[in-house]
Design a protein around this ligand. Structure first.
Ligand code: HEM
Ligand code: HEM
Length: 197
């Protein structure tokens, strides 16, 4: 098991970051695609249940990632980073984690306030534990919609911030979250002092 170093996340954190990023991208596109399937058709039930099932699996991976993160302090940010950027980095990471939690949770809660419940991968029926309540369903479905939009917005900012670090600051930030290859330098400025986050 790898440990976070002065300039690198652990292998597990890196694997979970990229796996979840890819899965969320696919799940997001899948969610948008659901809008094109007419309501009341057998296809709709089939695909909605697939979306719910993959969403639950992704939600469990997100919980695993958060548990890992709570036990492993990330590498400290480069000391040269201005205070506002450190605050922005921390806040945007918290916002990403909150959206990552809110999306599967709101989808799961909405599904349990509908008589349809969840048919896990269209095989195992998980009967709803809540009543068939249109108001609660609409509330959690609305939260799901807003959380999806917010996540897309924060991921956009996140990617722009990484691009700024790589292209303007040239501090090699991306390599902190990239699988380490033996012999490759990770931080282009290893002489830069680092500070604790
Ligand atoms: C894990 C990440 C998830 C992502 C990124 C995601 C994303 C999306 C998106 C983008 C939509 C379309 C939004 C809209 O048009 O309002 C959607 C719809 C939906 N999602 Fe998710 N979802 C996730 C997890 C879940 C889970 C775990 C469930 C339920 C267990 C779920 C249930 C639904 C349902 C039922 C709809 C259709 C809502 C409707 O058309 O009325 N989602 N999702
Ligand atoms: C769905 C997409 C994504 C999500 C939800 C996401 C989420 C996150 C979160 C929450 C962190 C903070 C890790 C921590 O310290 O706890 C992080 C770090 C990071 N992400 Fe992403 N990310 C996504 C996509 C990307 C992409 C596309 C890139 C590349 C352009 C990227 C590059 C990075 C880098 C370099 C870090 C480390 C930042 C640092 O050293 O402080 N991420 N990501």
């Amino acid at each position: 098991m790898s440990k976070p170093t002065r300039d690198h996340y652990t292998r597990t954190a890196i694997a979970l970051h990229w796996l979840i990023a890819l899965l969320l991208l696919g799940q997001f596109a899948f969610g948008l695609m659901l809008d094109d399937i007419p309501r009341g058709t057998p296809d709709r039930g089939l695909y909605v249940n697939l979306h719910k099932s993959s969403g639950i699996v992704i939600g469990l991976l997100i919980l695993l990632r958060i548990a890992w993160r709570l036990k492993h302090t990330p590498p400290p940010l480069p000391a040269g980073m201005p205070a506002w950027q450190r605050t922005a980095a921390r806040l945007s990471h918290v916002a990403l984690y909150l959206c990552m939690l809110a999306l599967p949770l709101s989808g799961y809660l909405a599904s349990n306030f509908s008589r349809h419940g969840i048919k896990f991968f269209n095989i195992v029926r998980l009967p709803p534990w809540g009543p068939d309540d249109k108001t609660l369903y609409a509330f959690f479905n609305g939260t799901h919609h807003v959380a999806a939009l917010l996540l897309a917005g924060f991921v956009g900012l996140h990617v722009l911030a990484v691009a700024k670090h790589m292209l303007i600051d040239r501090d090699g930030l991306l390599w902190r979250m990239w699988p380490r290859r033996s012999g490759r330098g990770i931080h282009p400025h290893p002489e830069l002092p680092v500070e604790s986050r």
